[in-house]
Design a binder for this molecule. Structure first.
Ligand SMILES: Nc1nc2c(ncn2[C@@H]2O[C@H](COP(=O)(O)OP(=O)(O)OP(=O)(O)O)[C@@H](O)[C@H]2O)c(=O)[nH]1
Ligand SMILES: [Mg+2]
Length: 457
């Protein structure tokens, strides 16, 4: 699906979708939005105690109108209620009608089909919220929060989504954007009157205001992290005893260049590499083998390795026999990580002992790591991703870009470079900030945000 200008949906279309949860229920809600919403609804809906709905005045805003639906092929009228919200004071900014009726899937399908036959177009995922965004009714973080509220799986997810919906991210962003726009205006005024020896904003003041903005950005980024949704890729740690074959597997999976040797305790530090598991991004971490540390360096390596395991979302536990001793399990229990057991060096026939709970793996046999890669991908995909995660990672990305541009502006100001340079960097920073809220957007950005939505929202 694309919201591109040529191929994308036309906001002048009247769209229809079921907006209640799929399946049978006490009540189903069908939404019709767009300029022809009321006329379309009136093709199937009649008010109670009225001979002709056409002679009646349109329903008042937010008022519900009891009545019934006449559906094609259904002999009896269905009880229904119409809620009508005329634009521009509606969710989408356009006329919006909701028909509430009995939650029977075949009847609801019939209703949508009749409305489509009467001229409505089936809505694309997120199209109602996209219209709200395009009408200036909502910004992107709030639009994303709508989807996150719908998808929230836990109380914490729901709280975070509701906070974002209420402007938890948007409001501080608006304040920050205002400050930066004022600073840009001052810098540009100084450019316009460069010949007149008037000082609009001095170097120290510029630096001070940029530092304040960077501080606010930092606080915002921390706030995103505090919600426990940092948007970082899933972290996978290779953990096991010395010589188990962790670094070899690391190299095989990630094309890394970790040191491999038959001497136990080869890996002293830990190595991190990004890896693409068929469209799923993970961060693979190679760690030092677990053993009783013999010296200070080994002890340090062990602690680093354990720290990495602690921060992991998934642990690939490597063992030549596919074994997983109770005390190993106990040590890993402290991490919240999902443990995936791997039987390494499966090409060694003498060690061929079947352990169904461990995935066999060999870095020497052709295709010997395919099963591990597939099992790892499944595990990563099965991890519940908080509903706000995509929004948070999008915001984080734009905010980090904004901070980088602000630092460039700061460097120029501090080096007393021509003020045009600081102004240009500041303009770039403002664009990045605009991308968070949607004040500056591209079709591609809208596509990424709204294609995650479900139909009817
Ligand atoms: N036959 C066979 N040998 C392997 C395989 N994977 C690793 N090895 C060998 O096992 C030895 C140890 O491998 P490493 O990858 O260094 O093991 P490690 O777990 O990283 O070891 P430490 O860093 O010391 O904890 C090396 O000699 C490897 O060549 C495998 O799939 N098959
Ligand atoms: Mg190693």
């Amino acid at each position: 699906m694309s919201f591109g200008k040529t191929a994308g949906p036309h906001p002048g279309d009247t769209i229809v979708a079921v907006s209640s949860a799929p399946g049978p229920g006490a009540r189903a809600v069908v939404r019709v939005g767009g300029p022809g919403a009321l006329d379309l609804v009136n093709t199937t809906f009649s008010r109670d105690a009225e001979s002709s709905e056409r002679s009646a005045p349109p329903p008042r805003r937010g008022r519900f109108v009891p009545g019934s639906l006449r559906l094609s092929g259904v002999p009896a009228p269905l009880p229904a209620t119409l809620y009508f919200f005329p634009g521009p004071r509606s969710y989408t900014g356009q006329d919006l009608a909701e028909l509430h009726t009995i939650g029977s899937p075949p009847l609801v399908e019939r209703l949508v089909a009749d409305l489509v036959a009467a001229g409505a177009r089936p809505a694309l995922p997120g199209e109602f919220t996209l219209r709200a965004f395009l009408a200036g009714k909502t910004d992107l973080p709030r639009a994303e929060a709508v989807q996150a509220v719908v998808a929230a799986g836990t109380d914490a997810d729901l709280r975070a989504a509701l906070d974002q919906l209420a402007g938890g991210v948007s409001r501080p962003l608006e304040a920050l954007r205002d400050d930066l726009l004022n600073l840009l205006a001052d810098l540009e005024a100084a450019l316009d009157f460069a010949d007149e020896d008037l000082e609009f904003v001095g170097r120290d003041e510029t630096l001070g205001r940029l530092d304040a903005a960077l501080g606010q950005l930092d606080a915002l980024l921390r706030r995103l992290d505090d919600r426990g949704v940092s948007g970082r890729p899933v972290r996978v740690a290779l953990v096991g005893r010395p010589n188990a074959g962790k670094s070899s597997l690391f190299n095989a999976l990630a094309g890394g260049d970790a040191l491999v040797s038959p001497v136990p305790g080869t890996t002293r530090d830990y190595l991190v590499k990004r890896l693409d598991l068929g469209g799923v991004a993970v961060e693979l971490v190679d760690t030092a083998g677990w053993e009783a540390a013999a010296d200070a360096v080994a002890d340090q390596a062990q602690r680093l390795g354990r720290g990495a395991a602690q921060a992991a979302d998934v642990v690939l536990w490597c063992d030549e026999d596919g074994a997983f001793a109770d005390d190993d399990a106990a040590r890993l229990a402290a991490t919240a990580a999902e443990v995936l057991r791997v039987r390494t060096k499966s090409d060694r026939a003498s060690r061929e002992r079947e352990r169904p709970e461990a995935v066999p793996c060999s870095v020497l046999a052709p295709g010997g790591t395919t099963a591990v890669a597939a099992a790892l991908r499944d595990t990563v995909l099965s991890l519940a991703r908080p509903a706000l995660a995509p929004s948070q990672s999008r915001c984080r990305g734009h905010l980090a870009g904004c901070a980088a541009d602000l630092r460039v502006a700061r460097d120029h100001a501090s080096a007393a470079d021509p003020p045009e340079l600081a102004a240009a960097a500041l303009r770039a920073a403002l664009d990045r900030l605009g991308e968070v809220t949607g004040a500056v957007y591209t079709d591609d950005l809208l596509d990424r945000v709204f294609s995650r939505f479900c139909i009817g929202k």
